[in-house]
Design a protein around this ligand. Sequence first.
Ligand SMILES: NC(=O)c1ccc[n+]([C@@H]2O[C@H](COP(=O)([O-])OP(=O)(O)OC[C@H]3O[C@@H](n4cnc5c(N)ncnc54)[C@H](OP(=O)(O)O)[C@@H]3O)[C@@H](O)[C@H]2O)c1
Length: 325
Amino acid sequence: MAGAIRVHATGGADTLAYEEVEVGSPGPGQVRLKQTAIGLNYIDVYFRTGLYPAPGLPFTPGLEGAGVVEAVGEGVTDLKAGDRVAYASPPLGAYAAERLMPADKVVPVSDGVSDDQAAAMMLKGMTAWYLLRRTFPVQKGQTILFHAAAGGVGLIACQWAKALGAEVIGTVGSEAKAELAKAHGCAHVIRYDQEDVAARVAEITEGKKVPVVYDSVGKDTFEASLDSLAPLGMLVCFGQSSGPVAPFDLGVLNTKGSLFLTRPSLMAYTAAREDLLTAAKDLFGVVGDGSVKIEINQRFPLKDAAEAHRALEGRKTTGSTLLIP
Ligand SMILES: NC(=O)c1ccc[n+]([C@@H]2O[C@H](COP(=O)([O-])OP(=O)(O)OC[C@H]3O[C@@H](n4cnc5c(N)ncnc54)[C@H](OP(=O)(O)O)[C@@H]3O)[C@@H](O)[C@H]2O)c1
């Protein structure tokens, strides 16, 4: 038996109940992990509320963690008991002291990276990787707009974009977050709770606007994101912390300058083992050479996952948050 969070009915943070669950032995192709740190992500909120359907009820949330291999199942040849590993992948179930994982979804953790760092960066950092290196490959000298710049994905992505040579405009919801964003890659910060984002972007870029907007806020920022793009620009709509974007008229992309719009997901970009390993290698690389620092600004005991969710939804967190089993 091992401690785990379970959701018996979707809803508010109170639905996150701490229970003892049976873990079992790893089946073919699986490993059993003893987890040392678990990453908190906004997607966990979407599963908890039911915005994203879980495969069934009850379920254990969570898609990101780090720890040690305890046992390997039949056919697993490249991992052994005692190996340090991390992951950011389905199946759900990271909010647990111990769990089973498909062996081909975990990656070895480099010596210079701690378990806490790994759990704090795998999902958010590989997201930054595909956004900046695959969806819209950022070029040196480009000015880009990144919303929620002081968040988990935001702090990593803004540092990484700066390291790629971009001039980053970040949006944030408070002065303290503005300072943090400036210290982590943003050349300019816009208070999107107080300022007109598109007008400020036009001002900063002397009317040129930006070739790409990375938007994980969704409903509240969608219009301003489209209005911040230069002709042929791309809106990368990768989340909805303020709520889902309403259905809209495709003709708008035409009238606003032949714009591109995409709604990507990390899971598609790392579905192939080769892509997962490339993403992890590039991420460990930028963390290892110091161009990206992983800021773990909140830690909660696993049993207090509800409190962690309230903090995340209440916009009280910055950088990465860990749940400790
Ligand atoms: N598609 C993918 O592959 C993928 C992968 C990872 C994450 N994501 C998405 O990326 C986003 C960031 O994830 P994260 O885990 O790093 O979270 P996070 O950015 O640390 O937290 C969300 C932030 O969004 C901002 N926000 C704006 N309006 C909000 C509202 N009405 N309610 C709550 N927050 C609001 C807040 O920052 P301010 O106070 O500064 O406004 C808040 O801190 C999420 O939307 C997530 O779903 C997508």
